[in-house]
Design a protein around this ligand. Structure first.
Ligand code: ADP
Length: 334
């Protein structure tokens, strides 16, 4: 498992669930999204109907699932959870839709990976609260319309660009989640340390906050790893020394880059003279799926100004060469 990868592995779900903020007021950072969402929810409460459909977009670990749960919590209703890859046939979706109850929230994670056939069914369900159940096969097949209760669809995606326009248009509100500031992550860490009963000094938490790739999931994960170190090798308290030593053991550098991030930079600079290189080539060279490189590693490297995208491919910036401690080639143009 990648320590700073955005995705949560099964064993970690319980640890994550324990730290999830329940209400919108506990959700740290992302002031715009929080304010916009709070308006959507308050308006729905005032009108006494289900809120508009919500699309949440952004890199893994920034709080999309958490917000879906918060929406259900704030509307005092239940949340039904599925994901794009789990919906491979229109029938899978029809079964979920037809079992929804009035006012429920349906969360589809990685909605961009849903089967095409199911997408069309989803358009109709979101717009007209109706699903056409196909009975029979071939020329004799008939569509029986089935009315659905009012529900709120919450879709999450790391790749909003991959969503077909007709699907995107059916969401009344789109929340764009951006990487968190170190300050906001420090607040996340203080809250988590308090909830987990971990004794921590400010300097220790600060060190973790600046190396968490702007991602609450990573911050919470590093907090647990540093706690391990403090308990086994240190004084039991998370202080600066414990944070620095543990982060070294886990190969998280000063910018929060992990091994995959650094491999991407190294491939770019060492093998391809800084680029431009296509994403597929980079992915093959580092032995990862292109999707992981594109949704997990790249957004952070771009945000830190270490790589940039050009029409001809990815290029390393001069900051990347510096970060690797390498000499920038003469006449380097990026
Ligand atoms: P995503 O669905 O975008 O991959 P999650 O909603 O699963 O991310 O969030 C990952 C973890 O990070 C959760 O366990 C949650 O506790 C924590 N988290 C995310 N956003 C926040 C936030 N704004 N405030 C506090 N904790 C957060």
């Amino acid at each position: 498992e990648r320590l700073v990868s955005g995705r949560a592995e099964t064993a970690e779900r319980d640890a994550e669930a324990a730290l999830r903020p329940k209400g919108l007021q506990d959700f740290i950072g992302q002031p715009q999204v929080r304010e916009q969402l709070s308006l959507v929810l308050d308006a729905a409460k005032a009108r006494n109907r289900a809120p508009d459909h919500v699309l949440l977009s952004g890199p893994p670990g920034l709080g999309k699932t958490t917000l879906a749960m918060i929406i259900a919590h704030e509307m005092q209703t239940s949340l039904r959870v599925t994901s794009g890859p789990a919906v491979q046939h229109a029938g899978d979706l029809a079964a979920i839709l037809s079992s929804l109850e009035e006012g429920e929230v349906l969360f589809i994670d990685e909605i961009h990976r849903m089967a095409r056939a199911a997408e069309e069914m989803l358009y109709v369900a979101m717009e007209d609260f109706r699903v056409d159940v196909i009975v029979g096969k071939g020329p004799g097949a008939t569509a029986i319309p089935l009315d659905l209760p009012q529900f709120t669809m919450v879709g999450a995606t790391t790749r909003s660009g991959l969503l077909p326009a007709p699907l995107r248009d059916r969401f009344g509100f789109t929340g764009l989640l951006d990487f968190y500031s170190s300050n906001d992550l420090l607040t996340v860490l203080k809250r988590s340390a308090h909830m987990l009963g971990i004794e921590a000094e400010l300097a220790g938490l600060k060190e973790i906050s600046t190396r968490s790739r702007g991602t609450p999931r990573v911050a919470n994960r590093l907090l647990r790893r540093v706690r391990d170190w403090a308990q086994v090798r240190g004084t039991g308290i998370i202080d600066e020394a414990a944070a620095l030593s543990a982060l070294k053991v886990y190969e998280v550098d000063e910018l929060g880059l992990d091994r995959l991030d650094r491999s991407v930079l190294q491939v770019l600079c060492k093998r391809f003279g800084g680029g431009p290189v296509g994403l597929g080539t980079i992915a093959v060279s580092v032995g990862e799926e292109a999707d992981t490189v594109e949704t997990v590693s790249e957004p952070y490297l771009v945000r830190e100004g270490l790589i940039s995208r050009t029409p001809r491919g990815r290029v390393a910036t001069s900051a990347a060469w510096k970060h690797l401690g390498m000499q920038i080639p003469a006449n380097y143009e990026f």
